[in-house]
Design a binder for this molecule. Structure first.
Ligand code: AMP
Ligand code: ZN
Length: 115
């Protein structure tokens, strides 16, 4: 996936503010933050969204909630609260078609899942 923006971040071809990395996952700050804490957690291997995961990517992505909880603690929002969400496809507003989870916190995020 040579032209995929997040694959380029994985390959360190374009810069990102990395906050976590292991063999299969990467996390970095969202470039247009919607909250004081807005991180993106991605599998390093490319897939478009939760709808086209390979078993290998699914195994890596299964650890994302655990990594998110660690990052929430690291960024001081464990007790105040945080949200982990994943946009899949057009109606969800997905813009970057490399599977990613948004970790949001640091302000009241509102009670609605859609508006
Ligand atoms: P989504 O709408 O779920 O596809 O979200 C894509 C997210 O990627 C948006 O919140 C963007 O602000 C974010 N984004 C786009 N380009 C970059 C980048 N170069 N570095 C960090 N975040 C980015
Ligand atoms: Zn990609």
């Amino acid at each position: 996936m040579n032209e995929c923006l997040f694959c380029k971040i994985v390959r360190k071809e374009i810069p990102a503010a990395l906050v976590y990395e292991d063999d299969h996952l990467l996390a970095f700050k969202d470039i247009f933050p919607q909250a004081p804490v807005h991180l993106l957690i991605i599998p390093k291997a490319h897939c478009e969204n939760l709808g086209d995961q390979t078993p290998e990517i699914a195994a890596a992505a299964a650890r994302i909630p655990q990594v998110a909880a660690k990052l929430a603690a690291d960024h001081g929002v464990q007790s105040s609260g945080w949200r982990l969400l994943c946009n899949c496809g057009q109606d969800a507003g997905q813009v970057v078609f490399h599977l990613h989870f948004h970790l949001l916190g640091g302000k009241h995020l509102g009670g609605k899942l859609c508006q």
